[in-house]
Design a protein around this ligand. Structure first.
Ligand SMILES: NC(=O)c1ccc[n+]([C@@H]2O[C@H](COP(=O)([O-])OP(=O)(O)OC[C@H]3O[C@@H](n4cnc5c(N)ncnc54)[C@H](O)[C@@H]3O)[C@@H](O)[C@H]2O)c1
Ligand SMILES: O=C/C=C/C=C(\O)C(=O)O
Length: 486
């Protein structure tokens, strides 16, 4: 039985400062992944709703937002962060109802970080400068920064409000207007966020939200609308390729945060208890539905057995169940389709010669809801699909290695390049190995430790561009160099 007195909400679009249904009245059901019950209905937008939203955003470009003095815009952004915190309990409950993630996770990570995204960028904007270049006594050059224009934000379902605000805050701070499309599986917190932005003083038309699906729906319409100047997308690599092809027709600026198959490299000289404590999170937090999860665990051979024994013992202690139960560590996967997809990889692992040393099936007594035991697999060859394809669930493979060269060869033998963790107390080895890993983010003796000023993003097929600090502003603004002859 789910314990929350927060009621789920029906979700309308938010266009030009008003909550509206689709023009054709189309809706789709929102399902609670922990109970398989209907939470409510969601307006399903398409070409017409996206066009209304883009027109509103374009009009708002010449409205009060761009002309607002920076200090006033900063105050509005700070207020958004404050109101998110004021409504933390409500937002956390809606996030857990939508995603199936444990309520402690929504309350301690997702919602506070959503507020911090706004507080961070409202402060960071004050540090933004441009540049001036003196050309002897011939000329003086200076750069001026202006918003890109109307920006499209397309978001995934795993950390819905955290990742939406990670884009929305800098996009607004840079003076843009927005059309955002949350994932169809997690519509509720994005809907409340638009209300919060309006209450904080964001003028009508500056932010617009259209619910819907990807192909032949709001997502595709957003990527092809000619008046969308830039798109920031977070989602699967395969989806990114489709959006890129569509957006190419109108040469949109693109920022991509895509999939990963991240290594967690454990050398024998590391502190095993410390490694295990963090590896439990990097393996199974948010049901393993985090792009940064270290799903390929490489352990130096002399530490392999001791690690595996402790890792299995700790995993056995994880409570899987009702997201609203305080003791729950692992909630429900996001949907029936995703549950089937993740489970299919577990079956594939057996076909590929792997051994399931823990988990692998639906937990006893949880017949309803998309629950899956945290799963540890050994004995797989480096070339098999389960070691190379993103599963995006509570499933990890553990692989022994003998030398640095060997493990680096395996670690980099992937078309992904998002993140990695390295565990060692040998400082020189830490620097040496970190510098050879083909990933956008490398954590040494930690995981998911975040300073929002740093470049965040992937290389190869894990992303294009970086988010965070100045990197976000570079994407959400245009620079003009003015050259004055002296
Ligand atoms: N690199 C990162 O920072 C990061 C963060 C979170 C998630 N992810 C990745 O996201 C994926 C999981 O999220 P997901 O299942 O929501 O991804 P997804 O690609 O299925 O969907 C993401 C968003 O794209 C929309 N979409 C789908 N097809 C589209 C199309 N043809 N045109 C326009 N929009 C379309 C969806 O409606 C959704 O809003 C995983 O691969 C994960 O690694 C990456
Ligand atoms: O699932 C992916 C998590 C992404 C996290 C961030 O983008 C972040 O911490 O800024």
């Amino acid at each position: 039985m789910q314990k929350t007195d927060i009621r789920p909400i029906d979700c309308l679009h938010f266009i030009d400062g008003k909550f509206v249904p689709s023009l054709d009245g189309k809706t789709f059901d929102n399902i609670n992944p922990a109970t398989e019950e209907r939470l409510g209905t969601v307006a399903e937008g398409g070409v017409d709703e996206i066009d209304l939203a883009v027109k509103a955003a374009k009009r708002a470009l010449d409205g009060p937002w761009k002309k607002m003095p920076a200090n006033d815009r900063i105050a509005v952004l700070r207020k958004v962060g404050d109101l998110i915190l004021e409504r933390k309990e409500e937002l956390a409950a809606l996030e857990s109802l939508d995603t199936g993630k444990p309520i402690w996770l929504s309350e301690s990570i997702d919602i506070p970080r959503a507020a911090y995204n706004f507080h961070f960028f409202s402060d960071y904007i004050r540090t933004m400068t441009t540049e001036a270049t003196q050309m002897d006594d011939i000329a003086l050059n200076y750069a001026i920064r202006r918003p890109v224009g109307v920006v499209g934000l397309i978001n995934p379902w795993n950390l819905p409000l955290l990742l939406l605000t990670w884009k929305l805050a800098p996009a607004l701070a840079a003076g843009n207007t927005i059309v955002m499309k949350p994932a169809e599986l997690t519509p509720m917190t994005a809907t409340v966020l638009t209300e919060i932005c309006r209450d904080a003083g964001v003028p009508d038309g500056v932010i617009n939200l259209v619910h819907g699906f990807g192909p032949n729906s709001a997502g595709a319409a957003l990527s092809e609308h000619p008046d969308i100047n830039a798109i920031s997308f977070t989602g699967e690599t395969t989806t990114g390729k489709v959006i890129m092809a569509t957006a190419a027709k109108t040469l949109k600026r693109l920022s991509y945060e895509l999939g990963g198959k991240n290594p967690n490299i454990i050398f024998a000289d590391s502190n095993l208890d410390e490694v295990i404590e963090t590896t439990m999170k990097s393996s199974f937090i948010n049901q393993g539905e985090v792009c940064l999860c270290g799903s390929r665990i490489y352990v130096e051979r002399s530490a392999y057995e001791p690690f595996l024994e402790k890792f299995i013992a700790k995993t056995k202690e994880l409570v899987v169940g009702d997201p609203f139960e305080p003791k729950t560590k692992v909630g429900a996967l996001i949907s029936e389709e995703h549950f089937e997809r993740v489970t299919s990889y577990i079956h594939l692992a057996l076909e590929e010669g792997g051994t399931i040393v823990h988990g692998g099936k639906r937990p006893e007594g949880l017949e309803t809801g998309y629950y899956l035991e945290p799963t540890i697999i050994t004995g797989l060859d480096r070339k098999c699909r389960v070691v190379n394809e993103e599963i995006f669930g509570p499933v990890v493979t553990v692989i022994p290695f003998d030398t640095e060269e060997e493990v680096l060869d395996q670690v980099n033998d992937t078309h992904y390049g998002l993140s990695a963790s390295v565990w060692t107390n040998d400082l020189r080895r830490a620097h040496r190995v970190a510098g050879q890993i083909e990933a956008g983010i490398v954590w040494v003796n930690t995981w998911f430790l975040r300073d929002l000023r740093t470049p965040f993003g992937g290389m190869k097929q894990s992303g294009i561009g970086r988010e965070g600090g100045v990197h976000s502003f570079e994407f959400y603004s245009e620079l003009t160099n003015v050259c004055i002859k002296l």
